[in-house]
Write a protein that binds this ligand. Structure first.
Ligand code: GAP
Length: 462
């Protein structure tokens, strides 16, 4: 059995070996905290995004979608508080000069700190715990005083003066600011009434200090955010409704409910009403997967102040005028993919005492739904199998055709990438037009007519 501390390494290695996730720019020596999704990885994240969009937009009558630009007016980031306050507490190991997050160092020894604390408070905590702190790189115990390091990534877009650092524009640090600044456009152009939500999936960028834990924390990532605009009186009721919906989302995709939990924030930012995270038990411990927060009227009030535009709402039923309050759900695509990869990752004992890694994805998440294999390449079996694969592709599910290597080896390859069903075309197919369907987890084999396979797949996917 793989020891728990090596599980992450084994998963990272499988992801690379089997075309899920590659380190960025590898042939140039790599580029820290950025990853590329390979052919199976992109299927997985596209599925997660589609499932999220269906649950948050398509199946609801009160949420609309948006795709706002990554670049926005720089004043937006002043209004949101990111220019002044979007920072992490940076410290450096005096021995090996590793740059570290002070709140993470404290977390390792069980001292609760968060990135939003000011420098003085976090330095006090470091001083009080200094006998127990250790550098994760070299094990030494001396650290420099904490400095706040701003996470916004700057760019020279549209600035031709040479010294763009004086007037930088930013790559968005979160997607929801694009939602807030389009609230009025959507109110004016769509037939929406408060309460309603706006959902968006898109890239975000943060100059994260520590590049650890694979796609859990990256400098370029995708967020899926839904901001729900409510009346002040309804905020907490809608918040609880959103929390329940977000929890159910994970259960519907086959998540073991024992592997997720709610974590309530003890220290709230001044405007927040309540904040919970859904945590997942990653191979490296319980960590935030998604945030579900009640934000009050802070966001629209700030943008109204900085833009000079009225962003209030006249309730057509009560004639009450107010700035809508917001409850949000926010999750990273990579962080969600890593949770479902960890969930699917399993070690299987083989008869000879060896073991192997498999991914037991829920069929809805599996990158390839069905693999088609001829028993042999000869005697017309390949042609029959290729025709079946072509017919199956018309179902719009991802199908793989594989004729290379022994049949056992091909099954193992599909088990490793989490394919739930393999169909084999053999000599009996030529006689009676039937094929065998092998189920990944049950290891059972069912024989059905060749022409019934597409309907069988549709039925099992539903
Ligand atoms: N609009 C609220 C917001 O952005 P956040 O807690 O900073 O809040 C929300 O981020 C979610 O985005 C997190 O729960 C996580 O899933 C994801 N996320 C944040 N930073 C990330 C990073 N550097 N890499 C991957 N995912 C990240």
């Amino acid at each position: 059995m793989i020891p728990q501390e090596q599980k992450m390494e084994a998963l990272v290695s499988l992801c690379k070996r089997r075309g899920f996730i590659f380190p960025s720019s590898e042939i140039y020596g790599g580029f820290a905290a950025v990853y590329d999704y390979g052919p199976y990885g992109v299927e997985l994240i596209n599925t997660l995004k589609r499932e999220w969009w269906r649950a948050m937009v398509q199946r609801r009558s009160d949420v609309v979608g948006l795709d706002s630009a990554i670049f926005m007016h720089p004043k937006i980031w002043e209004a949101s508080g990111h220019v002044a306050g979007f920072s992490d507490p940076l410290t450096e190991c005096k021995t090996c000069h590793a740059r570290l997050r002070a709140d993470h160092l404290l977390e390792e020894i069980g001292v609760e700190a968060d990135e939003k604390m000011d420098e003085a408070s976090i330095n006090e905590l470091l001083e009080a715990s200094k006998d127990r702190l250790r550098c994760p790189k070299c094990g030494q115990r001396e650290f420099t005083p904490v400095k706040k390091f701003n996470l916004l990534v700057q760019s020279n877009l549209g600035n031709f003066t040479g010294d763009w650092t004086k007037e930088p524009v930013y790559l968005r640090g979160e997607t929801c600011q694009g939602i807030y600044v389009n609230y009025k456009n959507i109110l004016d152009s769509m037939r929406v009434k408060v309460p309603f939500g706006i959902a968006q999936i898109g890239k975000a960028f943060r100059n994260e200090i520590t590049a650890r834990q694979f796609v859990f924390r990256t400098r370029e990532f995708e967020q899926m955010e839904m901001q729900y605009f409510t009346s002040p009186a309804q905020e907490m009721e809608e918040y609880e409704r959103l929390r329940a919906a977000r929890w159910q989302f994970y259960l519907d995709l086959g998540m073991n409910p024992g592997h997720i939990r709610w974590h309530e924030h003890e220290r709230l930012v001044f405007y927040a009403k309540r904040a919970f995270d859904i945590e997942y038990e990653y191979p490296f411990g319980w960590k935030e997967l998604e945030g579900v927060h009640a934000r009050g009227d802070y966001d629209l009030t700030q943008h109204a102040k900085f833009s000079g535009q009225a962003l209030n709402y006249l309730d057509p039923y009560t004639q009450e005028r107010y700035v809508p309050h917001i409850v949000e759900s926010s999750v990273g695509v990579g962080r969600m993919a890593l949770a479902f990869l960890s969930e699917a990752f399993a070690e299987e004992e083989l008869a000879d005492g060896e073991s192997r890694m498999v991914l037991r994805f829920h069929p809805r998440l599996a990158p390839i739904k069905m693999a088609v294999m001829p028993l042999q390449k000869k005697d017309g079996l390949s042609e029959l199998a290729e025709t079946l694969a072509t017919n199956l592709r018309r179902t719009n599910f991802m199908i793989e055709y594989d004729e290379g290597g022994s049949i056992g080896k091909r099954y193992r390859r599909q088990d490793e990438i989490g394919t739930p069903w393999c169909v084999t075309v053999d000599y009996q197919t030529k006689e009676d037009g039937t094929v065998t369907i092998r189920e990944r987890d049950a290891m059972t084999q069912t024989r059905i007519a060749l022409q019934d396979v597409p309907a069988w797949l549709q039925e099992h996917m539903n």
